[in-house]
Every structure is written in structure tokens, then in C-alpha cells.
Ligand binder design. Structure first.
Ligand code: TUI
Length: 314
């Protein structure tokens, strides 16, 4: 049984978060993860506040366990989503892709536990000072918007920079990854890609199939030219976009190339036009399972590895 500070703090059974994946992490998936003993997180992505409200209500109709909402701070709707989480009394807010300082006091006053994704030690120190209850250190092995540093390098440095519990994310998809995260100083993990194969994850079947078939070299990073690097499967869209980045196309035209690509992947499973966000760990995702089975499997793989670690020391 793996228990850590984050379980007691949030009232969850296992120290496993499900990443807030834009267009993917809806109320149904989040509720399944929370019912499985982890923390289910609804992704606001670029959606309006009313979408988030609806998904929170769906989740609350399916579970009485804690639920989180991830706010993507580059979203034009971030301000309204920041209010919705207060009105709907969500238990936990995680943030990504920016600095959430201006919202933190209001969330804390509403009794919300605030857990920002940090991509640097400076941000970790700032968030600690402003009252975050834990931090997520997400390395660039993750799917979606990626920071500079790898999980291996980022997690221990964030742990040294804060007194708060740290959740490791990026490149974690099985018990080995979970055990390694604890060795780096984390007291929990967040997984996104692994949950793409959950029965309760409503992505297009061809997205799921791509994840199940993915190998170790199947992802690539695009978007560096516009300052928003994103990791996705190496599909025709990703290759074309990458080529366009290094052509003489204008920034505006490049930006337009990406419009609608997440929807095309998640909703339509469109191999040509879709941007299939996925982390480097996609290769270890080999079967469909329920969210609860995923959590139990990862935790039960990690336990003997962590127990055996003491045999390494005389
Ligand atoms: O946010 C993510 N992953 C995402 S967001 C997304 S949707 C998207 N849409 C348009 C453009 C880009 C993405 C898909 N995947 N992960 C959390 C994360 N946050 N990773 C890195 C960061 C981060 C980066 C900088 C957090 C804080 C930060 O601070 C910058 C600052 O202001 O100091």
C-alpha cells in the first residue's frame, strides 16, 4: 500500500493524478479516476466556463470523491473558468502553461486546494510563497505543451526548492515510472497518456489505437517557432507542421495551420488533420483497461520495486 502526504491532504486513496488533457479529460473520465482512488481532473483547455461547469456537474453526479479542474492559462477563457471553479466548489485546481498568481487568493479563500504545474525552480518558490498546497513538476517527456527540462532533472530540483509535496509528471506510465518518481523525491505521480487507453476515456477509437500501437520513438515536438512547443504523435499533420515551421510561411499562417487540430484528433480521429497529443511513454500503453484497473496496476507494480530498493544498500 503506497500512502503519501498527498493522499491525506486531498482525501484520496492512491497518490495518482490523471492529467488534465484538453478536449479529453471530461467529467466522465475524471469521475472514473476518482472512483478508482486517484484524483480525476477535468481539463478546461480552451473551452468556455459553461463547458467546465457542465463537466464538473457530470463528474459530481458520478462520484462523491474529490475532483479537480485543470486551468490552461493560455486560454482566452481562463478568467471565467477561474470563477466557475469557485462557484462549483471544486476540491482541487491545477494550472498549466503559465503563472496563476493573480487567481490564487480567491481560490484559497474559497477553500480550493491549488496545485500549479511549475516548469522552473523560480516558479516553485513563488507558488510556495503564495499558498499553493502542492506542486506538479512536469518534464518535457509529457504530451502536449512541454517545458525545457526533463522529469529526471526537474523533479529533484523542484523538491529541493519547496517544502510542499511534489507530484511528478511527464514520462510516467507504469510502476517503474512511479517508483522512480518517489526516488526523485516526489510523493505522487500524474499520468495523462496512460489514461488515454481507459474504457472511460471518450477519445475517437483511432486515437486509442494509435496509442496502443505506438513505439518508443513515436512522438515529436512541434510549435517551437511560435513559443508553444507541443509533443504529439509523429503523424502526417505533425510532420507537415514541422516542415512548415522551417519554411518561409508567415507566423500567422503557421498559427492557422494548427487551428482545429486537437478537435480533429480527439473527435474525428482524423489521421491527416489531427494533432494527437501524447507523451513519450505511449509505447508502454498496450491494453484497454478501466481507469480503476490502471491505477491499481501501476501502484501494485511500484510497490515491490520500492520495497526492493532497500536491498541495494548494505
Ligand atoms: O499545460 C500543459 N500541457 C498542455 S496545455 C495544452 S493546450 C495548448 N494550447 C495552445 C498552446 C499550447 C498548449 C496541451 N498540453 N502542461 C503543464 C505545463 N505547464 N507544462 C509546462 C507548464 C508551464 C510553463 C511555464 C507552467 C508554468 C510556466 O510558467 C511560465 C511563467 O509565466 O513563468
Amino acid at each position: 500500500m503506497i500512502k503519501s502526504a498527498i493522499c491525506e491532504m486531498l482525501g484520496i486513496e492512491y497518490p495518482v493524478f490523471q492529467g488534465g488533457m484538453a478536449w479529453i479529460s471530461d467529467g466522465k473520465l475524471a469521475a472514473a479516476v476518482s472512483n478508482g482512488g486517484g484524483l480525476g481532473i477535468i481539463a478546461a483547455g480552451n473551452a468556455p466556463g459553461e463547458y467546465v461547469r457542465e463537466q464538473v456537474r457530470i463528474a459530481k453526479g458520478l462520484t462523491d470523491k474529490p475532483i479537480g479542474v485543470n486551468i490552461m492559462l493560455l486560454s482566452p477563457f481562463a478568467d471565467e473558468v477561474a470563477k466557475v471553479v469557485v462557484e462549483e466548489k471544486v476540491n482541487v485546481v491545477t494550472t498549466g502553461a503559465g503563472n496563476p498568481s493573480k487567481y490564487i487568493k480567491e481560490w484559497l479563500d474559497a477553500g480550493i486546494k491549488v496545485i500549479p504545474v511549475v516548469a522552473s525552480t523560480a516558479m516553485a518558490k513563488l507558488m510556495t510563497r503564495l499558498g499553493a498546497c502542492a506542486l506538479i513538476a512536469e518534464g518535457g517527456e509529457s504530451g502536449g505543451h512541454v517545458g525545457e527540462l526533463t522529469t529526471m532533472v526537474l523533479v529533484p530540483q523542484i523538491c529541493d526548492a519547496t517544502t510542499l509535496p511534489v507530484i511528478a509528471a511527464g514520462g510516467i506510465g507504469n510502476g517503474r515510472g512511479m517508483a522512480a518518481a518517489f526516488m526523485l523525491g516526489a510523493c505522487g505521480v500524474q499520468m495523462g497518456t496512460r489514461f488515454l487507453s481507459a474504457y472511460e476515456c471518450s477519445i475517437h477509437p483511432s486515437y486509442k489505437e494509435k496509442i496502443l500501437k505506438a513505439n518508443d520513438l513515436c512522438t515529436m515536438v512541434t510549435g517551437k517557432r511560435l513559443g508553444h512547443p507541443v509533443r504529439s504523435l509523429r503523424t502526417p499533420f505533425a510532420r507537415d507542421y514541422f516542415k512548415a515551421e522551417y519554411s518561409d510561411i508567415s507566423d500567422e499562417d503557421l498559427e492557422n495551420l494548427g487551428v482545429g487540430a486537437l478537435r480533429a484528433a480527439v473527435v474525428d480521429g482524423d489521421n491527416e488533420k489531427g494533432c494527437f497529443l501524447a507523451g513519450q511513454i505511449a509505447a508502454v500503453v498496450n491494453k484497454e483497461q478501466s481507469a480503476a484497473e490502471i491505477i491499481k496496476e501501476v501502484v501494485s507494480e511500484a510497490e515491490p520495486i520500492l520495497k526492493a530498493a532497500k536491498e541495494l544498500v548494505e
